[in-house]
Design a protein around this ligand. Sequence first.
Ligand code: NAP
Length: 252
Amino acid sequence: MSPEGRNPINMLDLTGKTVLVTGAARRIGKTLVTAAARAGADVIIHYHQSHEDAEAACVAVEALGRQAQLLCADLSNPREVEEVIPRALGWGPLFGLVNNASIFEQIDWEASDLESWNRHLMINLTSPFLLSQAFARAVPTHSSGRIINILDWRALRPGRDHLPYTISKAGLAALTRSLAQSLAPNITVNGLALGAILPPSDGADGHDILENVPAGRWARLEEVEQAFEFLLRGPDYMTGEIIHLDGGRHVV
Ligand SMILES: NC(=O)c1ccc[n+]([C@@H]2O[C@H](COP(=O)([O-])OP(=O)(O)OC[C@H]3O[C@@H](n4cnc5c(N)ncnc54)[C@H](OP(=O)(O)O)[C@@H]3O)[C@@H](O)[C@H]2O)c1
């Protein structure tokens, strides 16, 4: 056992590799970016409005002995999305792309309109598509790369709630499986489908979220880190996979 109590597993060495995480200034994105750094990678912290949090995330990564760069872009704007990968490549080659940035608005079928639909699809689906395409074109055929899409248990079990969000994540799950085929063998594409990790950032009441969670509790952020690290530096033979970290919510 390692000093942290984890069983040592031979995983990919991330030294000298750079991972770009979108929406990485705070909350789950910050957990992912610090997990990547703890696993040995240098990181690019994409953010939009959370500049101070992004700077704090940068300091946290540097404290782990890794390099961090900040990249600000509005992913609702296709022109800004197009510039993200070229700007990131200005710091050197990329190994990983983590599509984490997302909006999650409490809009049901009745309240959904074209504007809310387009907004969710642009940020949660179209932007990962454009970033993945630019990323894949930038990874030389003799190098390896990884794309990890942050999903939601709702992506494979769409219900009536959060309609534009759920459909955008269902599309991202489909994109994950399609790109796994198109980008093989040098780039793996996997998804991490999360459940009750953190209460919604908009302050919405999340009291009933645990009602249908077999585990009966919120996730611990270190559990998100463990699952993410497995996708980032675990088996190269795994692609097109969607791992659920949701306390069993998706099987209820
Ligand atoms: N929270 C949960 O329990 C939970 C459950 C299931 C799935 N997930 C998934 O896990 C991921 C992270 O969840 P979270 O709750 O940490 O997310 P969040 O706080 O709601 O949002 C993450 C980040 O997305 C960025 N973002 C939003 N709109 C953007 C835009 N127009 N341009 C660029 N960036 C934008 C924001 O960056 P700035 O702050 O810099 O503007 C924000 O910090 C998401 O993909 C979510 O769907 C989360």
